[in-house]
Design a protein around this ligand. Sequence first.
Ligand code: N0T
Length: 529
Amino acid sequence: IALTPLAAFAQQPLPRIESANGKHLLMVDGEPFLMLGAQANNSSNYPAVLPQVWPMMERLHANTLEIPIAWEQFEPEEGRFDYSYLEALVEGARERNKRLVLLWFATWKNTGPSYAPLWVKTDIERFPRMRTAEGNAHYALSPHARSTLEADKRAFVELMRWLRDNDPQRTVIMVQPENEVGVYGQKRDHSAEAEKLFAGPIPAGLARHTGKSGSWREAFGPLADSAFNSWYTARYIDEIAAAGQEVLDLPMYANAALSDPFSPPGEGGGASGGPDMPVIDIWKAAAPHIDFVAPDIYMRDQQQVAEVMRLYARPDNALMIPEIGNAADYARFWWTALGHGAIGFAPFGMDDTGYSNYPLGAKELDEDTVEAFAAKYRLFAPMAGAWARVAARSPTWGAAKPSDGSSQSQRMGRWTAHVEYGEWQFGDRDSPWLKSDPHPTEGQPVGGAVFVQTGPDEFLVAGSNARVHLGLAEAAPGQSSAMLRVEEGTLAEDGSFVMRRVWNGDQTDHGLNFTSQPVLLKVTMGSYQ
Ligand code: N0T
């Protein structure tokens, strides 16, 4: 009898992203997976701190922890690797039945080299910084330095090798090589080598992919310098990702420090060269090994957030939100993300180390703040994979309360979905007896809902702090519609609905009213003449 090594039995299929009909599914253990994520603070990547991280994952009902692994801790001296943090991290995750997304903080972390080992930071000859237009050293490492790329790649491949040999369970489901890449303060490197490249024509691969030609300036106009830095930064990261995937083929992505989606390309802030909205196509052409590019959301304006999500959710790009501010008002964008078919979502700074990145996130990670996210994850945790499965094969739409609190609607087949805010669960806010007693959420940035159209007249609806209606988009003369049946429940693993109770009477006469504790409803509509 031939003996099969134990590891072969334990080995799970590799996580991967499946795309069909313009939609995406993250597959983990061969099944659809919705990442109810949370990201730890930047310096929580040490074994001694993990005990302050895990309890927060439990409180949130998160199924995935995103956490850094720093080049400086993994390769403190060139060629000597330290696996102790990885061991503690992966073991801790397995004990608690959590998955991991590893963030490789190396050549670029928020564009700077602070997480690179000392031996990199101090050897400016071998690991050159970008040059300013005046020829001075800029803070960021240059993407044009082969020596830096080779050193980063070698460490990254060692990381992937460790995962290949020590993680047959696929506790680590995705890897983010680098973090918020690009550069601030200038648009690109001005070293002699960069200047020479910038003076030449755009690379053939980019020309083929974009249909553009000529010089960078001719092809990209005012965006030329950013386009240039995007191409070379993305090529650099693609080479690292490809080398890593050759060892262990995990999904990999790049996150973006965003510009304002409504300002002219190149003028809205953000890091120049990162996978920001105006250069997504360049990243797609340059980095085929990067499965998707992803927005780090630190905007609180509903219209900006919705626009960002719309622009990243593409047939060739799965929407994943690797970071979103952890203040309570960001939690409502969970509904927008699901409406765009997001495969994952992760508030940033979720641990008990007491650090706050206000004004980006919460001033204090108090009970109410955690609950704003936990309430959503609590509903989705038991049905996360099933939700992903159903959402990937049906039309979806999500809404979050805008700053003026006005209602939103969206056509879905022959129906229009409506979402309103600031209503009590009974009656109408404009009625004489409620006018003087506005709902406590009025003026507050909470509320939202998501719809999945599972049949011509059938919807799954979930939401929080919102009132939902469905009506005929175009009623024929004399035609009326009604909710025939509203069930509250959850999803079984195969995506089928499991009923807990039927909503009727007060629970349906005044629309479908979601409180701060989200529920899942299955709504069957009908029309009559
Ligand atoms: C994020 C985080 C962490 C509209 C900030 C956000 C994380 C990094 N950077 O706490 O450092 O590692 O990815 C940059 C947001 C810029 C301001 C946007 C204002």
